[in-house]
Ligand binder design. Structure first.
Ligand SMILES: Nc1ncnc2c1ncn2[C@@H]1O[C@H](COP(=O)(O)OP(=O)(O)OP(=O)(O)O)[C@@H](O)[C@H]1O
Ligand SMILES: [Mg+2]
Length: 437
């Protein structure tokens, strides 16, 4: 079009077209770039406000306990207000972009038409030339406008999915080595050698921990809150890699075997039981998806859930609610125990597994677990020392270090932390205050 106009008519027509196209492209790129920032801001505001809503809805009990409905509503409102502002900026920037593009085209068309009209008036052109130039101009600006539209849409969509791309680019810090072999499990012996670990470099959590759990032994870890007991279990599951030292299971470094095989070999009742919003049956089945119904009922029996389930109108099909909030603390914990028992892993780990149970149910479950213990390696974390007196070996952890170890009798004889703790818990039990009328 530029060549035709310049050659056939006047160089001015060609210039108008070149300048208009250059302005159009430059303006579109500049304005679209600026707009991307607004789109990004609107997206961030949207995801913030929806996670805020989900968070306060999930924690509705806490919100009610503390009477903070108004506060939550206000915070949600603030998030939404931010979203509203960002959306408005986004819209306005779109209008500005559209308007600017239309203005450049209209200005170029007007200039060309005025020029052509003046040429017709001066009788240097015929009316046919005027119509032709008009058609040429339309021919060039209609596709240009379409290109501008496509560019804008593409940039906008890219801004919308860049969060997803960022997510796809994330690489896990814990990786299997290439073609990592499966863990070859014999009888489940765990060795921990000079383990050091910290979540953040400025605060060591575990200091030079070494111990061994022989096959089919029961080893207990006790110690004050925050000593690093649960952290040790997370390292065993390889949620994190230790900064130095290593963990061996049946002589194989857990870093050298595949994570799937490692986690398949370990069964755990975690400290905080979180259930899925499914039926009790499905929650228990989660321990081993392909378990038969008989196995599940066996696990239910061992975890002393049968009586509770019998009392439910819908039995095992009862839904447990988000994170299991329709069950009592002890019931939730027993579901977790059943789930772990169902997995039948050679190595069983209990992190405060019976802390929410009453003494009677605790005793019953411990009895049931005792039977399993004979065939499994067990690692047990407990605050109530009475639950671990029968352990083959007890480790006392304090601020990330093993300060004492031995069996119950030898630890008592040492008269150290363990003996002190034991005495205190015994005294508490015997001097429990008599209820007043
Ligand atoms: N993901 C994490 N990031 C940073 N610090 C953490 C993290 N998890 C735990 N910690 C810190 O590590 C320390 C040890 O935590 P850990 O959960 O192992 O304690 P614990 O011995 O199991 O205590 P408790 O008996 O109360 O369960 C704590 O002081 C805790 O604040
Ligand atoms: Mg813990």
């Amino acid at each position: 079009v530029v060549v035709l106009l310049g050659w056939r008519y006047s160089i001015w027509f060609a210039l108008i077209v070149v300048i208009a196209v250059a302005c159009y492209v430059a303006f579109s790129i500049y304005a679209t770039e600026r707009r991307t920032a607004y789109i990004r801001r609107a997206n961030e505001a949207e995801s913030r406000s929806s996670s805020r809503a989900v968070d306060s809805l999930l924690n509705f009990e806490t919100v009610k306990y503390f009477g903070n409905e108004h506060y939550e509503a206000q915070r949600y409102d603030e998030e939404l207000a931010g979203w509203e502002v960002a959306r408005r900026q986004n819209r306005l920037s779109l209008f500005a972009l559209n308007g600017g593009q239309a203005f450049i085209i209209a200005a170029a068309m007007t200039a060309a038409m005025i020029l052509a009209a003046s040429q017709v008036l001066a009788e240097k052109m015929t009316l046919g030339d005027f119509v032709l130039i008009n058609a040429f101009m339309m021919q060039i600006f209609m596709p240009l406008n379409f290109l501008g539209f496509v560019y804008r849409e593409m940039k906008g969509s890219m801004a919308n999915i860049e969060a997803m791309f960022a997510l796809l680019r994330q690489r896990p810090t814990i990786n299997d080595t290439t073609e990592a072999p499966s863990l070859q499990l014999q009888d489940g012996c765990i060795e921990v050698e000079n383990l050091n670990f910290q979540y953040h470099s400025d605060r060591p959590i575990l200091n030079n921990i070494s111990f061994k759990v022989a096959a089919k032994q029961k080893v207990a870890i006790v110690g004050s809150s925050g000593a690093g007991k649960s952290t040790l279990l997370k390292l065993l599951f390889r949620f994190y890699d230790a900064s130095s030292g290593r963990i061996l299971i049946d002589g194989q470094d857990i870093k050298s075997v595949s994570q799937a095989s490692l986690r398949g070999a370990l069964g755990i009742v975690p400290q905080d039981t979180v259930l899925f919003n499914m039926s009790i049956l499905e929650n228990i089945r989660y321990g081993r998806i392909d378990a038969s119904d008989e196995d599940i009922y066996e696990a239910i029996r061992m975890a002393h859930l049968s009586e509770f389930i019998a009392r439910l109108p819908k039995g095992v099909d009862t839904l447990v609610g988000e994170r299991g909030l329709k069950l009592s603390g002890g019931e939730k914990q027993r579901v977790a125990i059943a789930r772990a028992l169902l997995k039948k892993s050679p190595i069983m780990i209990f992190d405060e597994a019976t802390s929410s149970l009453d003494s009677a149910s605790e005793r019953l479950i411990l009895e049931a677990i005792k039977d399993i213990a004979r065939e499994h390696t067990m690692l047990v974390i407990a605050h109530r020392l009475s639950t671990v007196v029968d352990a083959d070996h007890i480790l006392v952890l304090d601020q990330g270090e093993i300060v004492e170890q031995g069996n119950h009798e030898s630890l008592l004889a040492q008269q150290g932390q363990y003996a002190h703790l034991w005495l205190m818990q015994q005294r508490e039990r015997s001097s429990a205050p008599i209820p007043t009328q």
